[in-house]
Ligand binder design. Structure first.
Ligand code: SF4
Ligand code: SF4
Length: 264
């Protein structure tokens, strides 16, 4: 696993071609809005409080509906701007994370699909059993299913976040997989047109090739060198981009922006 940020110009094209070639992560503030600063409190409330007050788990289906709805036109925008778990990874967990490079292994398609199916089957089985119980309190049982899932995610993501990188979970999060599916469907239906925004380089000549945008990206995407050198154009057409603006805010020459998709 290569992990370097030296000699940017010489190996720039090579870094585009090798997806597992990543930059050494760099610490920087990631929460620019109140939702991103304090959203993590909701995660803690549902994951921990939901074990005692199961109705708190009923927030989760609403969060999921918002996530999926937004993904149809704006991809992973929710992950970078509204996700309560994302806020947990970017604020408290970030402070204590070792902030190592996330191994590319966690992006493996088989692993991502297996985890998605595992959650899908498990949650459905549990929901089914809650609904069929016929008990008067079945709504609370549904809430407790979601609260338990939140707790599992919270615990696994915390361990990985502390030991590796605070956004490690995001690489294989089932909700991310679902949103990417939503985004692809949205694209096919034309729902992204005029709504989707992508990281855009305003002027390639102004880029000083410092690589900071790639070092600060929470999920290790590479605005540099992709935008500087790739022939595909001035916009980052990576469906994993969360539109979180961390790269934009950290570019020393302010050459990046979030702009409407310009089409093919
Ligand atoms: S490329 Fe920029 S906007 Fe996209 S996830 Fe990385 S830091 Fe966020
Ligand atoms: S942070 Fe800005 S100047 Fe530095 S490599 Fe990225 S786009 Fe270029």
């Amino acid at each position: 696993m290569a992990s370097t940020d030296s000699g940017p110009h010489k190996s720039a094209v090579e870094r585009i071609e090798q997806p597992d070639m990543i930059y050494q992560p760099q610490r920087t503030a990631r929460a620019y809005t109140s939702v991103r600063k304090y959203g993590w409190l909701l995660t803690v409330l549902i994951a921990l409080g939901g074990q005692f007050f199961s109705f708190l788990g009923l927030f989760v289906p609403f969060i999921m509906a918002l996530m999926i709805g937004l993904s149809l036109s704006k991809g992973l925008y929710f992950c970078g701007n509204f996700c309560p778990h994302g806020s947990y990874y970017d604020v408290p967990l970030f402070k204590f994370s070792r902030l190592k490079s996330i191994p590319y292994f966690f992006k493996n398609k088989i692993l991502v699909t297996a985890i998605f199916l595992f959650f899908l089957v498990n949650v459905n089985l549990q929901l089914n059993s809650a609904i069929q119980s016929g008990e008067a309190a079945f709504v609370n049982r549904i809430g407790s299913v979601f609260a338990r899932v939140y707790l599992v995610v919270f615990m696994v993501a915390t361990v990985l976040g502390l030991l590796i990188n605070s956004r490690t979970w995001c690489y294989f999060c089932p909700m991310r997989t679902l949103q990417i599916m939503g985004y692809r469907i949205g694209k096919k239906l034309g729902l992204t047109e005029g709504r989707d925004e992508l990281i855009t380089i305003k002027n390639k000549e102004k880029c000083v090739e410092c690589g900071k945008c790639s070092r600060v990206c929470p999920i290790q995407l590479k605005p540099y060198p992709v935008l500087k050198y790739k022939v595909q154009g001035d916009q980052l057409k990576d469906e994993h981009c969360m539109r979180c603006l961390v790269c934009v805010k950290n570019c020393p020459v302010e050459v990046l922006e979030l702009a409407k998709e310009r089409g093919k």
